[in-house]
Design a protein around this ligand. Structure first.
Ligand SMILES: C[S@@+](CC[C@H](N)C(=O)[O-])C[C@H]1O[C@@H](n2cnc3c(N)ncnc32)[C@H](O)[C@@H]1O
Length: 257
């Protein structure tokens, strides 16, 4: 089991609320972290897994509570880790879906704070399970759209989606040409991820213009494409995963509220 390490920040998905829907890693990190910063939507049942001596701090931004800015949250995470504490940043569902994780990851990377992301079950998957309804169907739906009705999350309605292609065709040229014909820039970041989380995980990052020349991914694999992946390129996230202490991170200007 992964125990929370001192000086490290873990962005952890708390799932939709039922503690039995936590991952084993999330549960273990909750049981061993010194400090937990959580959002409002994280359930009390999940928070009860924190060890008795842990500091459990709400940094939620809703329901009329005193607003904690994103910048303050970023700084709390960095300061706690610098003080030698093990830190869990707990977000409902999956931390990388509408969780402002990008801003936190960027701030942590710029500060040189080691961090890890632990996925969680997003509301979309949990709702589909509650409905006992497959989100994809050979007859009715070949893709799933995850979007928001919250305008602050998407001030620009024209923003292109992040695409995640399951079972990508071995003919990457065909896929690349289709996206280029649709008007996407050849600079758009792409990544091929094989055997994710298993031994033998590989990540190949590229751009849409170069996608056709990428080596055929080992199965099982997914192909990701879109401008949200830009952060991966900017901060060298992939190198960071392989050699956390050897990479000199560029200073990237970023804005918070
Ligand atoms: C800021 S978003 C966070 C989404 C989260 N990261 C995820 O992956 O589910 C918050 C929204 O997610 C949805 N949500 C989160 N937990 C939910 C739950 N247990 N049941 C239904 N919707 C939920 C609601 O639309 C809620 O307003």
């Amino acid at each position: 089991m992964t125990r929370a390490q001192k000086g490290t920040v873990y962005l952890v998905g708390a799932g939709p609320g039922d503690p039995e829907l936590l991952t084993l890693r999330a549960a273990s990190l909750l049981e061993t972290a010194d400090v937990i910063y959580h959002d409002d939507l994280v359930s009390q049942e999940v928070l009860q897994l924190a060890r008795a001596t842990a500091l459990v701090i709400s940094v939620g931004k809703r329901c009329g509570a005193k607003r904690v800015t994103q910048l303050e949250i970023n700084n709390k995470l960095i300061d706690s880790a610098r003080r030698g504490l093990s830190v869990v940043r707990l977000k409902s569902g999956d931390p990388l879906i509408f969780g402002r994780a990008g801003e936190e990851l960027k701030a942590l990377a710029v500060a040189g704070t080691p961090c890890e992301v632990v996925p969680g079950i997003s509301a979309a998957m949990a709702a589909a399970a509650a409905l006992r309804c497959s989100l994809t169907s050979r007859d009715a739906a070949s893709s799933v759209l995850i979007t928001t009705g919250h305008h602050a999350q998407s001030p620009n309605a024209a923003l292109a989606p992040t695409r995640v292609v399951y079972m990508p065709s071995s003919d990457l040229n065909e896929q690349a040409e289709k996206w280029l014909r649709e008007g996407n820039s050849p600079e758009m970041p792409c990544a091929l991820v094989s055997r994710v989380s298993q031994s033998g995980q590989t990540i190949f990052r590229t751009t849409l213009g170069e996608l056709a020349t990428a080596p055929a991914p080992v199965s099982p694999a997914v192909l990701l494409a879109g401008w949200a992946l830009d952060q991966m390129h900017e901060l060298g996230v992939l190198e960071l995963q392989r050699a956390p202490r050897e990479i000199e991170l560029p200073t990237v200007p970023f804005s918070c509220e």
